[in-house]
Design a protein around this ligand. Structure first.
Ligand SMILES: Cc1cc2nc3c(=O)[nH]c(=O)nc-3n(C[C@H](O)[C@H](O)[C@H](O)COP(=O)(O)O)c2cc1C
Length: 332
């Protein structure tokens, strides 16, 4: 590896960049669809959307696909930053290739701060947690820390007050009913929840929590997957729910929302909080419009539940060989 006169590295080797990409694949994605691909370039990484992994029924516009890619993009930036370099990002740099979401460049060396270290250390510990959370309040300064994480990525995180929280839970239930009535919904869900097939994508049964008999929490019903037995005490009656919003609602804002989502989730993990991304209410346009009104006038992109809970299991990821494109012409 080239070393500068001070002994510090002044570039990242392909091997280290590949490890940064591996870290990026730990990001959350809709139904663990992992709709991303990466190509190492001299001095950086190109990040692509993989449209073959879009969920046509749930996500016909590819909004959640780009949120998922945005989450991986933030993780890649953080991993490069953790290696002691400033990452640069150009979103949609090639007008002729809509699937090239971002060109990430490795900029100048920059010392790693304790905050970067802590956020990067959270990458492997962040898991979607669908279990009941403790009935304790999340302190205001911790919530402010999460709002700040979203702000730093150009998004707005609104903590729902009691009436907004109750409305979101109600809207989520209504959205869930309407989704289940959508043609193809069940078939698509079962394609991404095939327990015991040895696949490295999709939602495994180990990731599903107990059934929320009182429906106080807007947890998605994963249909085929058998819920865990009820836990004593059940779900928290007053969940802490936040809405992540962006000023606009185009492809760039969806990527922004994904980057902000992952920064918020990692900041929460660092604060020992468990998290559940919730998207049913933003998958029905009419319900999303209502939710947008509670999100401080910004476009609602995602709902996030946070709280204190027992650890959740990790979900599988596809190996690097399946997500790293080879240099040269794109074989797609
Ligand atoms: C755009 C997006 C939407 C999601 N929607 C939901 C949801 O509605 N309900 C849910 O339980 N999890 C949801 N998730 C979480 C994913 O299911 C989860 O990230 C994926 O299964 C991988 O698991 P992990 O987060 O534990 O790594 C969503 C994640 C993303 C990025």
């Amino acid at each position: 590896m080239p070393e500068s006169l001070t002994g510090a590295r002044d570039v990242l080797s392909p091997a280290v960049l590949s490890e940064c990409v591996r870290a990026a694949t730990a990001a959350p994605s809709l139904h663990n669809s992992q709709p991303w691909r990466f190509r190492l370039r001299d001095g950086g990484v190109d990040v692509y959307a993989d449209q073959r992994r879009r969920l046509d029924v749930l996500d016909p516009a590819g909004r959640e696909l780009l949120i998922s890619v945005g989450a991986a993009l933030f993780t890649l930036r953080l991993a490069i930053r953790r290696e002691g370099f400033l990452p640069g990002v150009a979103l949609f740099p090639d007008a002729g290739d809509a699937d090239l979401v971002a060109r990430v460049t490795v900029g100048r060396p920059e010392p790693v701060t304790p905050a970067v270290e802590a956020l990067a250390a959270s990458i492997a510990h962040r898991h979607t947690n669908r279990r009941p959370f403790a009935r304790s309040m999340v302190p205001a300064d911790v919530l402010e820390h999460l709002r700040d994480a979203a702000r730093r990525e150009g998004a707005v995180l609104t903590v729902a007050d009691a009436p907004a929280r109750d409305a979101i839970v109600r809207l989520s239930r209504a959205a869930d009913r309407r989704l289940r009535a959508r043609g193809g919904y069940r078939a698509e869900m079962s394609r991404w929840t095939a327990p015991g097939t040895g696949r490295r994508d999709g939602v495994p049964s180990s990731a599903v929590g107990p059934w929320d008999a009182l429906e106080t929490v807007p947890i998605r019903d994963f249909g085929l997957l058998r819920p865990l037995p009820p836990e004593p005490g059940g779900f928290e009656p007053y969940p802490t729910i936040m809405v992540l919003g962006t000023e606009g609602d185009g492809r760039a804002e969806w990527v922004t929302a994904g980057q902000a989502l992952q920064r918020v989730l990692l900041a929460a993990t660092w604060q020992n909080l468990a998290t559940t991304p919730i998207s049913q209410p933003v998958e029905i346009p009419a319900v999303r419009r209502l939710l947008t009104a509670t999100a401080g006038g910004t476009w609602a992109q995602m709902v996030i539940r946070v709280g204190y809970g027992r650890p959740a299991a990790a979900t599988p990821r596809r190996p690097l060989s399946q997500v790293l494109l080879l240099p040269g012409p794109d074989p797609r």
